[in-house]
Design a protein around this ligand. Structure first.
Ligand code: C2E
Ligand code: MG
Ligand code: MG
Length: 745
């Protein structure tokens, strides 16, 4: 049964309304009444009726005017209207019909005719509604179709993209664009009807599953990477997405693929750069660590032993220095190649940096690793024929083992490194296994480093001053500032026991600056107290030159203390000079312009290159005490010391002999015109108050001859804790008073 129609009856005349209402209701319609035009508009807006019956007798507007307004509105234009005019007036009827009303009837209305007209209009309206629905649905279909066609077109038009359409029902390729043909190496005819698994490289069952996902929409717009197979069986890296289209009830799946081999190539090159060493082609430090880490995790519980070999070339620096970096690079590349050839698939090798390599071996027992290490020694020990040169290289190898979840990769590398270091210490060209004793030593070093951190915080460092004397006049000519650690419970420690850890931990940077500032401050106090100061030499480590701005630190310390720059001397070692020549040379030059003096410490123990003495233009050269110790023992040693003094003089450098312990050494050095002497024979290093006492003594007015001998003697007496007749510690010059002197060592 059709739904009853809703009819709005608009009439200001109550009787007419009831009359029309009864006719329409009798035919099964639902009626709604409005007595004014306003009410009519409101009801129409609320819910559009299927038909409006409009009486002409209304209060504000005439029926025809209400009808015109409804027909002028696009929302209500389609609602049929029957206008009931007051009289059978042909004019009114024509006016109404020409205004678009569906019917104009005159009162009194014939019920039969009225009902018939109403029914016809309602029927026409229902048909029009159906037609409208049909049109709308057609439009929608058309839109959808166009959209998928456009998608399809867009897909086809994308340049460089291969498209393959596969019928879900037959699972055969039904269409392919020219790019697909060229990308996969088939003609169009060959491609059509091909089974898609030939190209997609997957089983049909998997492809069906993927297609069904595309049909269900779960795969829509998902871009995936895969590898497809060409006709010649080569693989092509692609990025793809899928569209499912329903064409006349059949699902067709379009696979759109883009060739990304070029992009992959770039990505692979980036990966190569990030994780491989360019010189040797071996995995770099990052990749080697990653591999080791993964292996440690993977082998957990397997019972396998992970061995780590830390390999370092011996004297590689000499190869670089003597033959140049280009040759050095060729040697490293050849070492890399030999290591690569020696490693099996399950193992790994990498270049950790410089001349350091590492190898990881998996085995069931430790023997294999030791055999491998010995073999490596042999392989790397074979002559290197490079650019017409035959080179022989030896290596130091440190070995450590990982047993079941014991160490992490960092510790393992640290241990192997420590074992390698031990191999170096023991003379190089050997293999050393990491032992528990090395572990103890490492632990002791770590404890010492901790204690040194605390020492800085707790102000446990002191500076002592070892006097230097002019060998001809025997007068005090300078001091060397030497670091001491007043370690709680252990007494005064000399740097030999901790300077290595200060260096390796980098704490030397902080402590070195402190020494510099302390020395400048002490000189300031000495000047202020009236003592005539002498130049004080401060040791500056290589790390300070390379990692800090020594020049700026010195300028700052001089400005803070306001002492004359001539009172400060910087001692450098040969290795510090060699490390960063350019930077250090310019700093030294600037500091010398300021008036600060410079000297080369421990001369003879390093490169002893005479050429850099000219390049660096230092003021003094300190002959290392190992040479001084051998004076008088052998003619060659004596000749060496004499030669150093002569060459230094010819370069206008002053010479300081350090470690003078005996009278014959002193006499020899004086005879050969070594300018200054420093050593236990003359004085031990002094505490700052005693250094000041010596200064005061040195300036006290005495007959020239007496003064000459007494400076040296006084230094020795002060150091030994005897009581020479010298100035008292408070600065007043009272030679007869006793000075309280403390022995420092
Ligand atoms: P160095 O600069 O060569 O200092 C000379 C060392 O020889 C000092 O040892 C000194 O006490 C010692 N010495 C002096 N006369 C004799 C002697 O007649 N016989 C013997 N056998 N030794 C003598 P010290 O004070 O233990 O210092 C050792 C090294 O520690 C210094 O060698 C220097 O390289 C380093 N050092 C000391 N203080 C500092 C510092 O403030 N900064 C830096 N970077 N290094 C320092
Ligand atoms: Mg020194
Ligand atoms: Mg020295």
């Amino acid at each position: 049964m059709p739904n009853p129609s809703t009819i709005l009856i608009v009439s200001g005349d109550h009787r007419i309304y009831r009359y029309l209402d009864s006719i329409l209701r009798s035919d099964g319609n639902i009626t709604v009444g409005a007595s004014s035009s306003e009410e009519a508009f409101r009801l129409v807006a609320l819910r559009a009726p299927d038909l409006i019956v409009l009486g002409n007798q209304l209060a504000s507007l005439r029926g025809i005017e209400v009808a015109r307004m409804l027909k002028a509105n696009p929302d209500t234009i389609h609602i049929p209207i029957i206008l009931i005019s007051e009289a059978n007036n042909a004019e009114a009827r024509i006016e109404g019909l020409s205004d678009g009303l569906e019917e104009v009837l005159a009162m009194p209305v014939d019920p039969q005719e009225f009902l018939l007209k109403a029914r016809n209009l309602l029927l026409a309206r229902a048909r029009a509604d159906d037609a409208l629905q049909q049109v709308l649905s057609l439009k929608k279909q058309l839109h959808e179709r166009t959209e998928s066609l456009e998608q399809m077109r867009a897909a086809i038009d994308t340049p460089g993209d291969a498209i393959i359409w596969v019928s879900r029902a037959t699972m055969r390729i039904v269409e392919a664009n020219p790019t697909a043909c060229s990308m996969f190496g088939y003609t169009h005819d060959e491609l059509i009807e091909l089974c898609p698994s030939r190209i997609f490289g997957l089983g049909l069952r998997q492809i069906k599953r993927d297609f069904d996902n595309a049909i269900a929409g779960t795969e829509r717009r998902q871009i995936r990477q895969a590898e497809f197979t060409r006709k010649d069986n080569s693989r092509v890296a692609i990025e793809m997405h899928r569209y499912a289209q329903n064409l006349q009830g059949n699902w067709t799946i379009a696979t759109v693929a883009r060739d990304i081999s070029k992009r992959r190539g770039v990505e692979e090159r980036l990966y190569q750069l990030a994780y491989y060493d360019t010189l040797t082609g071996l995995p770099n430090r990052i990749l080697f660590y990653n591999t080791l880490e993964r292996t440690l995790i993977r082998t957990e519980g397997s019972g396998l032993l992970v061995a780590l070999l830390f390999i370092d070339l011996d004297y590689f620096k000499t190869v670089n220095d003597k033959l140049g970096h280009a040759m050095g690079d060729l040697v490293l590349a050849e070492v890399g190649a030999r290591l690569k050839a020696s490693v099996s698939q399950a193992d790994a090798v990498g270049r950790l940096g410089g001349d350091e390599f590492a190898m990881m071996l998996l085995s069931t027992d430790s023997k294999r690793a030791m055999i491998a290490a010995i073999e490596l020694q042999g392989v790397l020990g074979l002559p290197f024929l490079i650019d017409g040169h035959e080179l022989l290289i030896t290596v130091s190898i440190g070995v450590t083992f990982h047993r079941e979840g014991r160490y992490d990769s960092d510790t393992l590398i640290k241990y192997a490194d420590a074992a390698m270091y031990r191999a170096k210490q023991e003379g190089r060209d050997r293999i050393r296994l990491f032992t528990s004793q090395m572990n103890d030593e490492m632990q002791a070093d770590e404890d010492l480093e901790q204690a040194l951190h605390l020492a800085i915080q707790n102000d446990e460092f002191e500076v002592h001053y070892q006097p230097q004397f002019n060998s001809a006049s025997k007068r005090l000519s300078g001091f060397e500032a030497l670091l001491r650690w007043n370690r709680p419970g252990r007494g005064l420690l000399s740097p030999d026991s901790f300077i290595g850890i200060l260096e390796s931990s980098g704490l030397i940077l902080q402590v070195g600056r402190w020494v510099l500032e302390t020395v400048c401050e002490d000189i300031r106090i000495w000047i202020k107290s009236g003592a005539k100061p002498v130049c004080v030499a401060v040791n500056v480590s290589g790390r300070q030159w390379n990692e800090t701005n020594v020049e700026a630190s010195v300028v700052k310390a001089l400005e803070a203390s306001l002492i004359p720059p001539e009172l400060l001397e910087l001692e450098l070692t040969e290795s510090a000079l060699m490390a960063d020549t350019e930077h250090t040379t310019s700093s030294i030059r600037n500091l010398r312009k300021l008036g600060v003096r410079t000297s080369i410490d421990d001369f003879g123990t390093g490169y002893s290159s005479l050429s850099y003495l000219r390049v660096f233009a230092v003021d003094r050269l300190k002959i290392d005490n190992s040479f001084i110790r051998r004076i008088g023992m052998h003619r060659d040693d004596d000749a060496l010391v004499r030669a150093i003094i002569r060459i230094a003089h010819s370069l206008n450098l002053e010479v300081v002999a350090e470690g003078v312990e005996t009278e014959p050494q002193q006499a020899f050095l004086a005879r050969h015109r070594c300018d200054h002497l420093q050593g236990y024979l003359l004085s031990l290093p002094l505490q700052r108050s005693n250094a000041r006492a010596l200064l005061v003594l040195a300036q006290s007015t005495r007959p020239a001859q007496e003064a000459q001998t007494s400076d040296m003697r006084a230094g020795k007496s002060i150091a030994e804790g005897r009581n020479p007749h010298i100035a008292s510690d408070d600065g007043s010059s009272t030679p007869q008073e006793t000075l309280y002197l403390v022995q420092n060592r």
